[in-house]
Design a protein around this ligand. Sequence first.
Ligand code: HEC
Length: 496
Amino acid sequence: MRSGYFISVGVPGLLVVVAAAGLARSAIAQGAPPSLDEINPPVANCNVTPDTTPRGSATPTPITSALLTSGQPCQQVVNITGLFGNNSLANRQRGFDFYSWLTFIAMNSPADGMTTIGKGTMPGGDAKTIWEDLQNYRPLANVMLKDGMRPDWGTRIVPDACKPLDKPEGQKFIFQLGEEAFNQPFKTGPLIDQDGNYALFDILMNRPMFSYVQSKGLYSKKGQQAFNEGVEFPHGSNPTTKDGKAVPGQMGAIMLKVSYRILDPVKNKDIISQFHTSDALIYFPGPPATKEGPACVEKKLGLVGFHVGHKTNFAPQWVWTSFEHVSNVPDETEIKSGNLLKRYNFFSAKCVGCADNATPPKPWDPSVSLKFSTAFRSQVVRKTMLPAPVLKEVEQFNTSFRAILKGTVWENYMLLATQWPSEFDSKVDPLGAPAPTYLANSTLETFSQGRVPLASSSCMACHGNAVSFQHARPIDPKDIKGFNQSDFTFTLEKAQ
Ligand code: HEC
């Protein structure tokens, strides 16, 4: 069945049919530790249907509740023809956006691995999610340890200051505060919500990504210095047999960046049920990372932003997915038309003369109260960054997917778009011609929204600049792969 599907690659019109079974898997297995199947087990139901089926059909896959349990895609499956006729770029964008929605649903399903998303026991059917379970994802602070110690997959790290609050034991999400937890990339500034609290950011990785870091010794500066290969994380694959039958695929390296706002159970009681929440222990390690500490405080966090980077077959530059809460901020057109919600997390219609998307005054250094030191509140507006047809296509997906999540906390989240390499094997552009050109999340790239060449947010362009500082391998300017020494992640820079 599946051999009929095309996976598009490179320039529009150039196609590869994935027919040979297990090709991609054996490519991953080379050079990896022997227990790969344990680290990165084959996944039976990750071979997603493309959004248009069969090949070339203009009838998209219906968006029904069946998709709530269809599983996480091991890679995108996209057609170059479909709803948008012969517009390959548009059809593939839609395929990637479909992949992103399925990814979001699967990753945010309850951690027990059995309950359907939105059917948890907390208000709005909320529950601890797959990515909040340490069996599946690890926060970066648990990977890059003090003095470059070797991290261990099984261990939950509870700082001493948090131990008295860790009740019931093992249940709370531990959040370690450092610069990146409250300041946006390259220290461009914090984001302050309408209640005057700092927004918080965290980074996590899945087991295939963790295992690569661990087995190659990339968790320490010393290990990075000794490492003399190119950094190449494993990629997801979606193999089929010769006659087109789906066989179990494998997840690639997945990294996450999430943003939260603090919710006060009393003050915010009317809106709390609109957010996915986590009861978190926030650890302040003390100077130099934080001005106060060591200390630990307990907070209820509401999810407001969700970035996923997944390295997949035919996307060696990774696939970049971005979601956010629907009541974060209005966009430019909503402001012009006055079509505003009653309240936003990071915008106030009542604020007269507030500059849009302005960075807060310094100092940027939260005390354990996590309250900003002045009366400043972020006044954020979502800038128009996507070409109109992409915006429309994403809006349609959001309407349909939010409808199948109706009545759950998850109906309050929307896809911004997916950025993906439209020519992954380009000989001239190591970024693989990112499509769309720009993408930003109002909570995670607040200050670099827009469409200004070289300045505005492009996930792939900015992450393409990531280098592991300790890398021993000299860059050969002629080697197009040498361009990206740390395979699009900033995580390796955090090694001690
Ligand atoms: C201006 C540069 C820049 C842009 C644009 C950018 N990022 Fe990042 N991103 C960073 C930095 C730097 C970090 C590391 C944490 C930090 O310093 O805030 C990071 C962290 C991440 C992480 C965690 C893994 C890692 O590499 O640390 C993910 C996932 C991520 N970003 C996704 C995205 C997505 C999706 C987009 C586009 C919508 C995007 N980023 C746009 C700079 C950027």
